[in-house]
Write a protein that binds this ligand. Structure first.
Ligand code: WQD
Length: 337
């Protein structure tokens, strides 16, 4: 199949492009490179020995998007493109709503025009907000607590309304928990454009000597050791979840949401300890105040994805730490280097 991957030069997008090519799909990538790296696309070609078309364009440009659909026979779309920083979304919500939602509307209108009605949408566990219970199931209350999470929920609702208006669509909503790790080659990985917001890229930058020490945000959460608990999932497991979702949208119509996680929660201190043991790199840290907006615990119930999608994460925390370190050690300055 020929798959249009929006945001394919990003962290999860690039790992998914690699898996798509490895199983014989063709891909077309559109990315405005606001968060992605062209170098990642070059390395995907290197690793797979396959070429593909790349358009450095923005989904908001309807004319260009129509040109892409007219030039390529697209069978399905995997939609990653979107701004994804919780902190930033709180500071510039209008930019987030415009970029993420209007971009998706332009994409869906163009897909409709060219009769492409198979979509996998990159959603997030952020749609759950502060979970009442863990593990979180897909029918848990949807109550995002920041503009970023609200863009994801609004887009999910738009896609549900789209399906109700035309039952010939096949749509899967994938709610990611905490993606970390990197491809085993060490050639592609997570490369934050600024000081990392997220835990694992910060840890790997401490390990490689780019940062002095890690600040652990909060030591009084209602968890086994007082630090925040999250469901870390290897980015390659996450990428393979998209292949299963692609099988679903190409064989059936409908719309459904799935949690992509491991179902296991680890605390910040658990991750630090595991990282040190796995990589033999010391991670100095200080225990500081909570980060506004953070929650105590967030981990997935993955039974629905296991049963209906036929997908299950296979990599453990050691794999995630080992693969993250290999990427950072080989690329101390990310793709810039
Ligand atoms: C994990 C834990 C922090 C950094 C975010 C987004 C979510 C998703 C994944 C897009 C928390 C602690 C972190 C640090 C720390 N992205 N921490 N020191 O906040 O669970 O989720 O990324 O979908 O939408 O919200 O991930 O990695 O930022 O934090 O102590 O320097 O690590 O408090 O407990 P989070 P995170």
């Amino acid at each position: 199949m020929n798959i249009l991957v929006t945001g394919g030069a990003g962290y999860i997008g690039s790992h998914t492009c690699l898996e798509l090519l490895n199983v014989g799909h063709e891909i077309v990538v559109i990315d405005n490179l606001s968060n992605g790296n062209f170098e990642a696309l070059k390395r995907i070609s290197e690793l797979t020995k396959k070429d593909f078309r790349f358009y450095q364009e923005d989904l908001l440009d309807k004319t260009t998007l129509e040109k892409i659909f007219s030039e390529n026979n697209i069978d399905a779309v995997i939609h990653f493109a979107g701004l994804k920083s919780v902190d930033e979304s709180i500071k510039i919500p209008l930019h987030y709503y415009h970029n993420n939602i209007t971009g998706t509307l332009v994409l869906c209108q163009t897909m409709k025009k060219y009769d492409v009605k198979k979509m996998i949408f990159s959603s997030s566990a952020n749609v759950y907000g502060v979970p009442k219970n863990v593990p979180i199931t897909e029918d848990s209350p949807l109550a995002p607590i920041n503009p970023y999470g609200r863009t994801k929920l609004i887009i999910e609702e738009i896609l549900r309304d789209l399906y109700v208006s035309d039952n010939s669509w096949g749509i899967v909503l994938l709610r990611y928990f905490n993606p970390i790790g990197a491809h085993e080659s060490g050639r592609i990985g997570e490369d934050p454009s600024d000081i990392p917001n997220n835990l694992m890229p910060y840890i790997t930058q401490v390990a490689v000597g780019k940062r002095d020490k890690l600040k652990v945000f909060g030591k009084d959460y209602n968890t086994h050791d007082g630090t925040g608990v999250r469901d870390y999932i290897h980015v390659v497991d996450l990428a393979k979840g998209h292949l299963k979702a692609l099988e679903m949208v190409t064989s059936t119509t409908g719309i459904d949401a799935f949690n992509l996680g491991t179902g296991i929660g680890y605390s910040v201190l658990d991750l630090i300890k595991n990282y040190e043991n796995t990589t033999s790199q010391k991670i100095p840290y200080t225990l500081t105040h909570r980060r506004p907006g953070d929650i105590d615990k967030c981990y997935a119930d993955v039974n629905k994805a296991n049963k209906k999608l036929g997908w299950k994460a296979t990599k453990n925390l050691e794999d995630m730490c080992k693969d993250s370190w290999r990427w950072q050690k080989n690329n101390p300055n990310g793709y810039e280097g």
